[in-house]
Design a protein around this ligand. Structure first.
Ligand code: NAP
Length: 289
């Protein structure tokens, strides 16, 4: 079975739109981009297009690549104070001379709709549900797991990758669902020994087709988070083209249930960001601002 996320994401977007209409104010999302990193431009375009469909007004704040860290921090402070912006994100990666940690820490946690601020991460760790913004990709994965009624309690969940935005928070969320969680990374010894025990395997390593069929248990649920753009031969002497591929070899689909790339986790990430933006707008309305 393939674990599709696209249709579910459309359903979430439909709910966000209906709720946004009922609010009487259009939720507003700010997107800060520093520089012209090409993949970020693609992701941001997608976020802006999808926001529009969800009844959310998205505004782009673009700074040049050579902006100083203090200029980025000044924009973050301005957006923190801007009464018309419900929530905003700073698109990562930032140019190397700017500290993402400093920039993320400067965001008002009540506007941190990416859920990357230490305060929101801390609430995720403590399983505090009130006024928290959960990071979009892991909460999208949890929605996918719920949608397909994948049993979590007591399951062996193995995560490959320990990033702050995917690996660590999804490990914590699965732990809160009573899974027995193992987190693997580049220093893990004998990785297949761990992955073969997984009832639920979440792969976020950014290594195309890294997980092979002999690393996966028959019938396991495999969530492929990886997205890497690779060049492909067009044939007939035509110029090469490119496509986005996941971390899981497509042959794994013959023995396990896999979320496809594209069409699996990606659309859910955007949908959850918009759901967080709606939540921020509701919080602002409740506070009478
Ligand atoms: P990341 O910061 O790129 O880190 C990769 C992780 O994989 C690290 O923890 C690294 O271990 C681990 N790793 C690398 N090689 C490994 C190996 N041989 N064996 C075991 N672990 C290994 O991670 P990320 O930001 O979470 O991104 C991962 C992938 O997910 C990327 O392809 C990214 O584009 C994609 N992504 C997709 C979405 C979406 O919406 N679909 C969202 C976010 C990310 P160390 O910590 O030891 O270095």
């Amino acid at each position: 079975m393939l674990l599709y996320g696209k249709e579910l994401a459309e359903r979430i977007i439909g709910h966000v739109k209906a709720e946004a209409e009922g609010l009487g104010i259009a939720p507003r999302l700010g997107i800060v981009v520093v520089g012209d990193y090409q993949p970020s431009q693609v992701y941001v375009k997608k976020k802006m297009e999808t926001a529009k469909r969800a009844g959310i007004e998205a505004e782009l704040f673009h700074l040049p690549h050579n902006s100083e860290e203090k200029e980025v921090l000044a924009l973050v402070q301005k957006l923190n104070r801007d009464g018309k912006i419900d929530g905003f994100i700073v698109q990562l990666p930032l140019p190397p001379h700017i500290s993402p940690d400093k920039v993320i820490e400067a965001i008002d946690p009540r506007k941190d709709v990416d859920g990357f601020h230490p305060s929101n991460m801390g609430k995720v760790l403590l399983n505090l549900k009130d006024e928290v913004f959960e990071p979009a990709t892991p909460s999208g994965i949890m929605r996918l797991i719920e949608h397909y009624k994948i049993p979590v309690s007591g399951a062996n969940a193995v995560i490959v990758g320990r990033s702050n935005i995917v690996g660590k928070p999804i490990a914590v969320m699965l732990l809160h669902g009573d899974a027995t969680v193992t987190v693997c990374h580049s220093k893990t010894r004998n990785l297949p020994e761990h992955t073969k025990r997984a009832d639920i395997l979440v792969v976020a390593a950014g290594k195309p087709f890294f997980i092979k069929p002999d690393m996966v248990k028959e019938g396991a649920y495999v969530i492929d988070v990886g997205t890497t753009r690779v060049e492909v031969e067009a044939g007939n002497g035509k110029p090469k083209t490119s496509k986005v591929v996941g971390d899981v070899d497509p042959k794994v689909q013959e023995k396990a249930n896999v979320s496809p790339v594209p069409g699996g986790v990606g659309p859910l990430t955007v949908a959850m960001l918009l759901q967080n933006t709606l939540k921020a707008a509701k919080m602002r309305k409740k506070a009478g601002k």
